[in-house]
Design a protein around this ligand. Sequence first.
Ligand code: SGN
Ligand code: CA
Length: 512
Amino acid sequence: MLNKKLLLCAPALLPALAGAQGRYNIVYIMTDDHTAQMMSCYDSRFVNTPNLDRIAQDGVKFTRSYVANSLSGPSRACMLTGKHSHKNGFTNNEHGIFDGSQQTMPKLMQKAGYQTAIIGKWHLVSLPTGFDYWNIVPEQGDYYNPDFITMKNDTVREQGYITNVITDKSIDWMENGRDKSRPFILFIHHKACHRNWLPEMKYLTEYENTNFPVPETFYDTYEGREAAAVQEMHIGKDMDMAYDTKMYRPGMKTRLTPNYLRMIGRMDSVDLNRYNDVYEPMVLDFYRKKLTGKELAEFKYQRYMRDYAKVLKSLDDNVGRVLDYLKEQGMLDSTLVVYTSDQGFYMGEHGWFDKRFMYEESFSTPLVMRLPEGLKARGDISEMVQNIDYAPTFLDIAGAEIPGDIQGCSLLPLLQGKHPKDWRKSLYYHYYEYPAEHMVKRHYGVRNDRYKLIHFYRDIDKWELYDLQTDPQELHNIYGQPGTEKVTKQLRKELKRLQEQYDDPIREQFPL
Ligand code: SGN
Ligand code: CA
């Protein structure tokens, strides 16, 4: 049978690679919920991320980088397998258990002679397989004095702020934990900058004097977009006053107050006092002002932006530490450094936080790579790429064969500075976690260079069509409008083709 993957991917190219040990090491750094708007090499409006930007400066920045399913566990499973959710079986966080007996990229990397290690957030319920070393946080992990699960399946509490601890452990593994004569792939998976954005002590007051610009679409009314209208991820309506904005007063009983108290309760008393010294005056001031309506919504937005930015500051420092370590060890020329997130995020666009939707802010994810000697590409890469591409890329770099059932495409030709004419022209997306927290309806869709078509289904049957050229903020659903017949037909055909290509059974539910 014809290998359908080849129809989408560029022809396989033989890697002419020569790292220090003959093969490149790979350091893969993935954060949680870090969106491109909050990374200065993508968007300089909000924060400065000099160390993340260093990665792109010495390599490449993908300007059209997307996920296959904008949620943590599913995104991680896509990355590890190179397959869409319906193929790797982990479609949603709430009920998913990753089947660790399946083929995964780390297992194939081991077969190719690589040492494999993962440190930090795992979030796939079953314990890791295919890693020579792992040390993961339970579920979402904690910002302060986090627990880690060891390979003996013990849970050990570590002192410190999670982003620092994960980095310490990662550098320690590179220094002391591996066989230095063999190449390695190390996955550094941060909790930063996941909800509820708790800062490191040294950055408690950082950004407190910054007023972030309120996004143009903050007061979106969701006209013509039924699924967008019924979500529960609205900064004004859905952010918890104690847990998210940290405006906690003794005796307060919001839905998430117990979670908030548990999290800050992990700090030792010295840190908790420092934390309270900064937040308590804000709390007093806030309740004195008795804000309502738009003022309250914008207050919550500022609190959200500031805390998220504080968390990022520690993240950026720690990425810098990894780059400095590789430099000091003379390993930069032989190591591919990848930085990405498990998905993008809303920073007030449409009035939202969280992710899940196939709209650009959360469908996209930052992706920059520092390239070792021999990989010639530099600057922006605009080909459409997706997180199912990472597995075949790393296998290609290892010189290993890419199994035919892997659905992503190797990015190696792009890293070599090539622009294959037959590179994919469209992307497929499928989100499943509904009904669930934030109430984002199930949907699948296709995006090409200019248009996006989305179908929301299950207890809703709505199509949305956007012209990203004239409506990049996706405010005008033009599905069904006169003049869109031709493009709708083309996109529905492309959607059907992708669902056949990727063998997603959902296609049975809507005859074209
Ligand atoms: C938690 C958060 C949600 C978030 C999910 C999934 N709630 O449940 O806001 O959408 O994680 O995030 S919280 O009250 O526990 O903070 S994911 O990145 O892991 O997919
Ligand atoms: Ca996430």
